[in-house]
Design a protein around this ligand. Structure first.
Ligand code: NI
Length: 423
């Protein structure tokens, strides 16, 4: 007898779909196989797909409040003229409701875990606790060359980790989040990395997102962002970089050698005209590549199925090779690789893994006819086919409805908050 029994589904296991039953006890998958199983909660998944939970490896969650707020602008203008100004008006309560809205959207589209870098992170942590989703959280730090500010930022970052790491039965992992090489000095970054190693936590940072950034760092330090970070001993197996759009061969080799994970955010990179990352080259070099949406202001959704499809399509057009980054590979980037980037034992349907599982309705017009389940999911999903979501062994979404939150209330709250951003 299991706590949850997921029966008769086509399960994504080791890169392919196979018929299996999945037994969950506590927060772990404890059985995967063909035996008849029973559970306190039984989910019949005939004519459905059973996926490991999707992991959104780079978000600024509460930016849901800026969805559609500043459009059709390049990154630096977008940040300086619109986003950073509006963010100064954000209260902790705003961040809570903006996060609730983001989590609502993620759960409804099959995301069971995410990694968030933002401000007022206590509120994000509370929203994670309330809704039952899994998260890796960090306070976004930037010293901007000011020694006093560096100390203060590190103090806030460290306090957040002390207070929230392992909260809600381990559903929250708290880490360090220095913003980027153009907002943090090498000295500060070195200090952050040393602290992270001492505490035993990961570090998340934006790197080489735009050509502007690469030129700016070269002007300041006479070398590219990746080489600068490598020189100060920042790059390591516990470091996860977002974007990595502008990398040369040697930098990709450095990332592979240092075992750094990279989060590819194709929609945001396209929308801000940042460029197309060399994902297939990174994969070939052995870099762990995960997928992220970035903030909702530059996306505009947290629907990871969009990133899944685009990742594959962009590499095909970039390389001129239609056979590159196959559907099964990209589905693993969205699941297993995201969990692995942050050293979480999940993203796979396998005994011993965290019980984060998604059931997708297979009987849909956009999945018909069904020749191949992986191709159907990767190239044909809208995200709205997600029926049930289990996170940490608990059923959080049932028949498309999020059980842990009042959807109407969340939408109304968000609408009220954004009044002050309208001009
Ligand atoms: Ni970002």
């Amino acid at each position: 007898m299991f706590d949850v029994a997921i029966k008769n589904g086509l399960c994504f296991i080791n890169g392919e779909f196979v018929q299996a039953n999945v037994g969950i006890r506590g927060n772990r998958i404890v059985y995967v196989g063909r035996d008849e199983i029973r559970g306190d909660i039984e989910i019949d998944t005939s004519s459905s797909f059973v996926l490991p939970g999707l992991f959104n490896a780079h978000t600024h969650l509460a930016m849901t409040l800026f969805r559609g707020f500043a459009e059709d602008m390049p990154l630096m203008d977008w940040l300086r003229k619109k986003i950073w100004r509006a963010e100064r008006k954000l209260t902790p309560k705003d961040v809570y409701w903006g996060s609730m809205l983001g989590i609502l959207e993620m759960l409804k589209t099959g995301t069971t875990g995410f990694s968030d870098l933002y401000i007022h992170m206590d509120e994000v942590a509370k929203a994670v606790g309330r809704t039952g989703i899994r998260a890796v959280l960090c306070y976004g730090m930037a010293d901007r060359g000011d020694v006093e500010r560096a100390e203060e930022e590190l103090r806030i970052g460290e306090k957040f980790i002390r207070e929230w790491d392992d909260a809600f039965e381990g559903r929250i992992k708290a880490i360090f989040g220095p913003h980027a090489p153009y907002t943090c000095t090498p000295e500060f970054l070195k200090l952050v990395k040393e602290k992270a190693d001492k505490i035993g936590c990961s570090v998340h940072i934006h790197v080489s997102e735009t050509q502007w950034e690469v030129e700016e760092i070269k002007k300041q330090y006479d070398q590219s962002p990746i080489r600068m970070l490598n020189d100060v001993g920042f790059l390591d197996w516990n470091v996860v970089i977002a974007h990595g759009v502008w990398l040369d061969d040697e930098e990709i080799a450095i990332l592979a050698e240092r075992k750094v994970s990279v989060v590819h955010c194709p929609v945001s990179n396209l929308k801000l005209a940042s460029g197309i990352a060399r994902v297939s080259d990174m994969v070939e070099a052995g870099v762990n590549v995960a997928l992220g949406t970035d903030g909702a202001a530059s996306n505009n959704t947290y629907n990871l199925f969009e990133e899944i499809k685009l990742t594959s399509l962009l590499q095909k057009v970039r390389t001129g090779r239609a056979d590159i980054i196959k559907a099964g590979e990209v589905l693993q980037m969205a699941t297993r690789n995201g969990y692995a980037a942050y050293r979480l034992n999940g993203g796979e349907i396998r005994e011993g893994m965290l019980a984060d599982v998604v059931v997708v309705d297979g009987r849909r017009h956009n999945f018909t006819p069904m020749y191949n389940a992986i191709n159907a999911i990767v190239y044909g999903s809208f995200g709205c086919e997600v029926r049930h979501v289990v996170v940490d062994g608990k059923l959080i979404v049932e028949d498309g409805e999020v059980l842990t939150m009042d959807e109407v209330k969340v939408i109304e709250k968000a609408e009220r908050i954004v009044e002050k951003f309208r001009e």
